[in-house]
Design a binder for this molecule. Structure first.
Ligand code: ADP
Length: 454
């Protein structure tokens, strides 16, 4: 069971007074938990069936603006309601908040109760169902990288985001001593999430001062995305409770390494790993090769879902482990796709392109759709790349800017087919708006460069 609380458990915990609040949440386009805090008595009596929210929430940006250009919702249409339908299988305790439980919701049309097609959970469910029709289930793991800062989010905001001192003074990749100093924040993150029913594997220091990674055990795709969203939310909240800031901005400083979210993927038939063929080279089944061929060929189409903001593209710098090439390699961290667990039942592909700001539902759905296309079209996998892929001039690049990724998304016949025209139009608008907002801004860099000297 994905959550750690049945509805009956919740009712008894409400009766004995140990739970008084139910966070009733959905995941927005940016991958954030949004929703309401219900009194638990109201939730178990009525609101467990459904509640409502304004439908602008799946057509807004990080600032909660109301951009024009969305077909599904607008001022003209009056910004009506969606139904939030709690998925009771996701019910769990929130051990880092007193007396609190959490449930994730699916978004439904207010009148027809049909799933809202651009709801990130609905988008992933659709691709999981397509894969199931082919006879497979996807197991996924998304790694969470982020930075911890000395000050709290509130203090940093008050400083105009100038006072950015990472929690540690040096590169802490795999360091035990440095990460011991950070246990005040990281230990509660691991333990509270574990107690909330997330299969936490470990945390570790990453390759930059103040950079952390949290690994969660692989799980069926939808559970993996739920885990990711809850964990990201918890990391920010728990860091905040301890007077520190956690940031998932992929590139917060030009000279510092960026944060990513690598996505491990494998297909299964029941308990049988469908990517594994013990007699094949590297243990890669024909199915795995087809899947990977699709994943690689369509990477430019779905780059927006791995890198959704202007800042996401600042991470793609040579020599930083952030890859930009649509090639695969065997246990080589400079390629966009890395083969892991070669020759074993754990054989899988890791996509290393995505930033820490990706929405896990959208990223996984896009990659599953690409893999399904590879399987359906029996696409052929090219040989692996060797050596430093950054220096491989022949290897194809993913789009290098949000503007370019918006174009490949808009024109992707494959994604329009897999996700639906309306969904791709919706997310193309989301991408365009982000660029338009950025284009309106006069940056500090322009002023410092040109104020006197231009
Ligand atoms: P790395 O060196 O990239 O950190 P790890 O061995 O820590 O690699 O594994 C990374 C992630 O891969 C873990 O979260 C793990 O749960 C996941 N993983 C392991 N086996 C599979 C699999 N068969 N399919 C998908 N993910 C898997």
């Amino acid at each position: 069971m994905p959550g750690n609380l049945s509805f009956d458990d919740l009712k008894s915990r409400v009766t004995d007074g140990s739970i008084d609040t139910v966070l009733t949440c959905f995941v927005d386009m940016q991958g954030r938990l949004m929703g309401k805090r219900f009194h638990a008595v109201n939730f178990v009596e009525t609101s467990f069936k459904e509640t409502h929210c304004c439908n602008y929430l799946l057509a807004t940006d990080l600032e909660m603006a109301t951009p024009d250009g969305y077909a599904s919702t607008s001022w003209e249409k009056g910004y009506g309601d969606y139904v939030m339908a709690p998925d009771l299988s996701t019910l769990r305790t929130v051990p880092w908040l007193e007396g609190t439980a959490l449930v994730l919701c699916d978004m439904l049309d207010h009148h027809t109760h049909a799933p809202v097609p651009h709801d990130p959970r609905a988008i992933l469910k659709k691709q999981v169902a397509r894969l199931r029709d082919l006879g497979f289930d996807a197991m996924m793991a998304t790694e969470l990288e982020f930075f911890l800062f000395e000050k709290s989010l509130d203090e940093i905001r008050a400083s105009g985001f100038r006072d950015l001192t990472p929690i540690s003074g040096y590169n802490e990749d795999y360091h035990i001593f440095q990460t011991t100093k950070e246990e005040g924040v990281m230990r509660p993150i691991r333990n509270h999430l574990f107690a909330a029913g997330l299969p936490i594997e470990n945390s570790k220091g990453e390759a930059e001062a103040g950079q952390e990674e949290l690994n969660i055990r692989y799980a069926p795709a939808l559970d993996c995305a739920d885990h990711h969203s809850i964990a990201k939310h918890a990391i920010k909240e728990i860091a905040w409770q301890h007077g520190r800031a956690a940031s998932f901005l992929p590139k917060w400083h030009r000279d510092r390494v960026g944060s990513s979210s690598h996505v491990h993927q494998s297909l299964w038939q029941g308990d049988t790993p469908a990517f594994f063929d013990k007699d094949a080279d590297l243990g890669m089944s024909a199915l795995m090769k087809n899947y990977m061929a699709g994943l690689i060929a369509y990477a430019p189409d779905y780059t927006f879902f791995l890198a959704p903001y202007v800042n996401s593209y600042k991470r793609f710098a040579k020599g930083t482990f952030a890859p930009t090439k649509t090639v695969w390699s065997i246990d080589n961290r400079t390629a966009g796709f890395r083969l892991c667990g070669a020759g074993t039942k754990g054989v899988r592909v890791e996509c290393r392109i995505g930033g820490s700001d990706l929405n896990p539902y959208l990223a996984q759905a896009a990659m599953l759709a690409a893999g399904i296309k590879g399987i359906e079209d029996k696409m052929e996998l090219s040989p692996p790349t060797r050596g430093d892929v950054y220096e491989d001039a022949k290897a194809a690049d993913i789009p290098q800017t949000l503007r370019a990724a918006t174009g490949t998304l808009r024109n992707s016949a494959f994604l329009r087919d897999a996700f639906g025209e309306d969904v791709i139009d919706h997310y193309t608008r989301c991408a365009e708006w982000e660029q338009e907002e950025f284009d309106r801004v006069v940056t500090d860099w322009e002023i410092a460069r040109g104020f006197e000297r231009a």
